[in-house]
Each structure stands twice: as structure tokens, then as C-alpha cells.
Design a protein around this ligand. Structure first.
Ligand SMILES: C[S@@+](CC[C@H](N)C(=O)[O-])C[C@H]1O[C@@H](n2cnc3c(N)ncnc32)[C@H](O)[C@@H]1O
Length: 312
């Protein structure tokens, strides 16, 4: 049986042959050329994907996604309160499972963004264990992702480069100035609706590693919280690697729903001036109207829900 017959089934094949018989030699030649062009396009796409995979693993820029927050996403083991009743326990477990599902979806978005990026990063998933690791293994295609995967901590994976580690956290008092090839940037792999405020800052401080927040407020006016989802943070890093400019990177990667509209920005600026704040401070969003990350009250919850919808 010829290839075409195998591809479309014998009866469909006969229909195609009948149709072909009605075509002029010019139309047949055009069809053959189109088929050839499609084949070449597919081959080029495959080559580009393979090249991007290799580029990602060889990238001088490392981004870690720290997956070691499993117990926070089902938080009832380590607390001092008595264990919840059986139904409450079931509901907590379901909640944790939902958060892991959402996190896995964010990982898939991260992988896809990195695969498409003009300057990809070397992605490392560390602390991957428990339910999340099982989900990761079950997720279609993860075995072929060009990433580093470890059940251990980034402290072990980068044991020789401890000084290079920078934990990214919205709660850090330090603002990230640039991305450096010799530093390793860590994103907290956690979906918590910011219930665990400051957990990554605390972790970085306890481990004695550097920390920094993204320069969001200095580059755009946000509608609320500066706490972003894992994939949004990676998108900003990837955009910066390409554009080398935070404002342009934020413009590209911060979702429009997080940004205050023009009129809103002016209104907030006027309000800040009336309350005695300087316009510059208002524009930088560092004062009253744009809450500091640790004081916000939408807590990234809306973002995480939106990210779940984006992923579905
Ligand atoms: C949904 S947030 C988790 C919030 C969590 N309560 C915490 O304390 O980090 C996911 C991760 O994205 C990173 N992240 C989110 N917003 C950030 C920002 N504005 N600057 C730096 N990193 C940020 C942090 O690494 C954070 O752990």
C-alpha cells in the first residue's frame, strides 16, 4: 500500500485519487510544491525546537524553581493546633492537591515559554518530591523537557555556587538591578494565594542566601499586589534577557489585568499628591496608593486563579 493510502485509509485514498484525476498538470504541480513546502516547514520547526532545547540546557542563565513547599500546600502536619477532623482533613488534602495541579500547569507554561524564548534559561526544578513529583512524571512529555530535575535542594545542586544564589521574593527590601550569568535565580514553586506571606524571604534569610524582588513598582503601576505567579516571574526574566530593559520586560510580561489603566494611574498620582506624597514616589508606586508587596491584600490570589484559567 502506498504512503498516501496508509495515511488516509483506502476508501478516502480512492476519493483523493478521483479528485486528483480532475486536476490539470499545473494544479498537480502546485499541490506537489505545497506538500513539499509543508514538509520543509515541519522539518525546520523540528530543527528549531531541537536547537532551542540544546540552547536551554547550555544557557549561562540558570533559573531554579524551588518545589520544596509541598507541606505548605497541605498544611496540617507541622502546626501546633490539634489535627483537623476527618472531613476537614479531606478538604485540606483536596486543597493541596488542587494547588499542586495548578503548580504543575504553571510549570508547563514555564517550560513552553522557555522553549520559545529568544534567550532561554537553564531551568532547574529542585526539591521535587511527593504528590508534585508524581504529577510531574505523569504530565505528558516531561521526560523530554530539557531541564535539570532534582529531589534535593538547590543548596546541594549548586553547592559550589552558594554565593551566586539569589532568591526572588516580592517581600525582599532589595530590588533586582539586572540578571547576571554568574548568578542563579530561584523562584518559589508555590501556589498559596499568598496565605504564607514572606515564606520565601524567611527561607532565604535562614539559609543565608541573597534575595531580591523584581523592580515592578519602579517600572509600572500595578492595580494591586506585586506577588506574581511562578510562570509570570519567569516570563519577566526571559523578557529581560531578550530586551535588557525592565520597563520593556514588564510591559511585555506583566498581564494587562495587573496594570492600572492610564486614567487610573493619573487618578492615583493626583490622590498621592493630595496626600503629600511626591509625584515621583507616586509614579514609582512606592508609597500609600500602591501597597508595598507585604501589605497588599489581593495577595496574588486573583493572579493564581487567572493563571489556572490560562493554563486550561
Ligand atoms: C505565588 S508566589 C508565592 C508567594 C509566597 N507567599 C512567597 O512568600 O513567596 C510564587 C513565587 O514567585 C516569585 N515572585 C512572585 N512575585 C515576585 C516579585 N514581585 N518579585 C520577586 N519574586 C516574585 C517568588 O519566588 C514567589 O515565591
Amino acid at each position: 500500500m502506498c504512503v498516501a493510502a496508509r495515511e488516509c485509509g483506502t476508501s478516502d485514498y480512492l476519493l483523493v485519487v478521483k479528485h486528483l484525476e480532475t486536476l490539470s498538470p499545473e494544479e498537480l504541480a502546485e499541490l506537489a510544491a505545497q506538500r513539499q513546502a509543508t514538509k520543509e516547514e515541519r522539518r525546520e520547526q523540528k530543527q528549531a525546537q531541537a536547537a532551542n532545547k540544546a540552547a536551554a540546557l547550555a544557557s549561562p542563565y540558570s533559573v531554579v524553581i524551588d518545589c520544596a513547599f509541598g507541606e505548605l500546600m497541605v498544611r496540617f502536619c507541622s502546626c501546633t493546633r490539634p489535627l483537623p477532623s476527618a472531613p476537614a482533613m479531606t478538604s485540606l488534602t483536596a486543597q493541596g492537591t488542587g494547588e499542586n495541579k495548578s503548580l504543575m500547569q504553571q510549570f508547563a507554561i514555564c517550560y513552553a515559554s522557555n522553549a520559545r524564548a529568544a534567550v532561554p534559561a537553564r531551568l532547574c526544578f529542585t526539591g521535587l518530591g511527593g504528590d508534585l513529583a508524581e504529577r510531574y512524571d505523569r504530565y505528558s512529555g516531561t521526560d523530554k523537557w530539557p531541564v535539570v530535575r532534582s529531589g534535593g535542594s538547590y543548596l546541594d545542586v549548586f553547592a559550589e555556587r552558594r554565593q551566586s544564589l539569589v532568591y526572588l521574593t516580592a517581600d525582599s527590601p532589595h530590588e533586582l538591578a539586572e540578571l547576571r550569568a554568574d548568578d542563579v535565580y530561584i523562584i518559589g514553586g508555590i501556589v498559596d494565594r499568598n496565605k504564607h506571606k514572606g515564606v520565601t524571604l524567611k527561607k532565604a534569610e535562614q539559609e543565608g542566601i541573597r534575595h531580591a524582588r523584581l523592580p515592578l513598582q519602579a517600572n509600572m503601576r500595578l492595580t494591586g499586589s506585586a506577588v506574581l505567579t511562578v510562570n509570570q516571574v519567569l516570563d519577566i526574566l526571559l523578557a529581560w534577557l531578550e530586551l535588557r530593559d525592565w520597563r520593556a520586560a514588564c510591559e511585555r510580561a506583566v498581564p494587562p489585568r495587573k496594570r492600572a489603566a492610564e486614567g487610573e494611574a493619573e487618578r492615583l498620582g493626583r490622590k498621592a499628591r493630595r496626600s503629600g506624597k511626591s509625584a515621583a514616589a507616586a509614579a514609582a508606586g512606592r508609597e500609600a496608593d500602591v501597597p508595598a508587596p507585604q501589605e497588599d491584600d489581593d495577595d496574588g490570589e486573583e493572579e493564581e486563579e487567572a493563571a489556572e484559567q490560562d493554563a486550561e
